[in-house]
Ligand binder design. Structure first.
Ligand code: SF4
Length: 372
C-alpha cells in the first residue's frame, strides 16, 4: 500500500468512528547547520537554535510512532540532520527495526561512505538531497558554502556505488530543488544532472520569501514569460530523459510565487457550522480546508508539535506528553474541527500553495472518487 492509499484508508476508518494514528511522522532533529543557504528560514524562526530533544527521547518517540501504526518517518531540517550524526545512525536503525518506511533529507555534505553503505544495506527507503544548482558555481552560492556541490555529488556517487554492490534499488535518491530568481534559468541543467546521478524524482519547491534579505531570490522579479520558458524547456528535458518530477504542477499554475496563503485565517465559510459532531462524514472531510491534522504529525526541534512545519508557536510539546495523548487530545481535535469549519488556524497563514494545494488537492480528488 502506498502512502496516499494508507492516508485515505485512515481517513475512511476515522469517519467510521475508529481512532487512527498519524500516517506520517516528521522530525526536525536540529536547527544547527553546516550550510548558510540564502533561502533558509531558520534565522527568522522564534526558536532557541540549541534547544534540542535528547537522543533518548527520540528513540522512545520512534517506538510510540510504531505502536500508533505510523507508515513513514521523515527526518528533515530545519538545520542539517547529520549535524547530529550519532542520533541519525540510531534513528534510521530504530525506524527500520520497527518496519516503518523512512526518508532522510540532507545537503549531503556529512553523508559519509560508511553511512551510504549502511543505508543501502538496510534498504532505507528515500534520501532527498537538497540540490539548487547544476554546478558548484550556482549551488555553492545558493548554499552559502564553498565545496557544498562537490561533497553532495560525492555522497550521491557513494550511495549509487553501494546500491550497485549490494544489488538493491534502495534508497531511492531524490532531489529537492528550491526554485528562485537565482536558478530558474538552469533548471533544465539540474534535470540533466539528476539523470547522470540516477535520481528517481525531483521536487521543485518555489522559494518562499521569509526575510527581507531574500528579496533577490523572489520569483516575482522574473518576467512571467521568461520563467515559463525555462519551465517548459525543463518539461521537455524531463520527458526526453524520463525523469519523474512535479514540473507539471508548476506549469499548470498550481504554485504560488510568494508562498503567502491567500485565505485569511479565521475566515468563515458560508456554510460553516457552529459545532462539528464526531465522527464527520467523508463528504464533509473532503471539504475541509486541509487534511493534514488527520494524517500528519510534525515534531519540531524543541519538541513543539503541530500538523505541519508551518506551525512554529506550538501548544503541545513532546517532552511533556506522548504522541498518543497529543494526537487524540484537545489540540489536534480542535485543529480538525477548525479545518472542517474552514476556519484555518493562524499557522496556515504562512502556507505555500505547493504545500497545501498540491497535497490536499491530490488526496481530496482520490477521496472524492472513492465515495462517488
Ligand atoms: S499550513 Fe498549509 S499544509 Fe499546513 S496545516 Fe495549514 S493549510 Fe495545511
Amino acid at each position: 500500500m502506498c502512502l496516499d492509499e494508507n492516508i485515505l484508508d485512515r481517513i475512511k476508518k476515522y469517519s467510521d468512528g475508529k481512532q487512527q494514528g498519524p500516517a506520517v511522522l516528521e522530525l526536525y532533529p536540529t536547527l544547527r547547520c553546516n550550510s548558510r543557504c540564502l533561502a533558509c528560514l531558520v534565522p527568522g524562526m522564534p526558536k532557541d537554535i540549541l534547544s534540542e530533544i535528547p537522543s533518548e527521547r527520540y528513540l522512545e518517540i520512534i517506538r510510540e510512532a510504531s505502536e500508533l501504526g505510523v507508515y513513514i518517518c521523515y527526518i528533515l531540517g530545519g538545520g542539517e540532520p547529520l549535524c547530529r550524526a550519532d542520533l541519525i545512525y540510531d534513528l534510521v536503525e530504530k525506524i527500520k527495526y520497527y518496519k516503518m518506511k523512512g526518508m532522510l533529507t540532507t545537503n549531503g555534505m556529512f553523508l559519509s561512505e560508511s553511512l551510504a553503505k549502511i543505508m543501502a544495506a538496510m534498504k532505507w527507503d528515500f534520501i532527498h538531497f537538497s540540490v539548487d544548482g547544476p554546478d558548484a558555481y550556482i549551488h555553492d552560492q545558493l548554499r552559502g558554502v564553498e565545496g557544498a556541490f562537490e561533497r553532495a555529488v560525492e555522497a550521491i556517487r557513494s550511495l549509487n556505488l553501494w546500491k550497485k554492490r549490494l544489488s538493491t534499488d534502495k534508497p531511492s535518491i531524490e532531489f529537492n530543488t528550491v526554485l528562485s530568481a537565482r536558478n530558474y534559468h538552469v533548471l533544465p541543467r539540474i534535470f540533466r544532472l539528476s539523470k547522470e546521478q540516477n535520481v528517481d524524482y525531483i521536487t521543485i519547491i518555489p522559494v518562499i520569501i521569509h526575510l527581507e534579505k531574500m528579496q533577490d531570490l523572489d520569483l516575482n522579479n522574473i518576467p512571467k514569460e521568461e520563467l515559463l520558458k525555462s519551465l517548459r524547456e525543463t518539461r521537455e528535458v524531463a520527458l526526453a530523459l524520463k525523469i519523474n518530477s512535479n514540473i507539471e504542477d508548476l506549469l499548470t499554475g498550481r504554485f504560488s510565487q510568494t508562498g503567502v496563503n491567500p485565505i485569511t485565517p479565521g475566515m468563515l465559510d458560508d456554510n460553516a457550522k457552529d459545532e462539528v459532531k464526531a465522527p464527520p462524514k467523508l463528504v464533509d472531510i473532503c471539504k475541509a480546508y486541509c487534511l493534514k491534522p488527520w494524517y500528519h504529525l510534525v515534531i519540531q526541534t524543541d519538541g513543539g508539535v503541530g500538523p505541519c512545519c508551518n506551525f512554529q508557536e506550538n501548544e503541545c510539546n513532546i517532552t511533556n506528553e506522548g504522541i498518543r495523548e497529543i494526537w487524540f487530545g484537545d489540540y489536534f481535535n480542535n485543529l480538525r474541527k477548525l479545518m472542517l469549519n474552514r476556519q484555518p488556524p493562524p499557522g496556515c497563514l504562512k502556507c505555500s500553495q505547493t504545500l497545501q494545494a498540491d497535497g490536499n488537492r491530490r488526496l481530496v480528488e482520490k477521496l472524492s472518487k472513492s465515495i462517488s
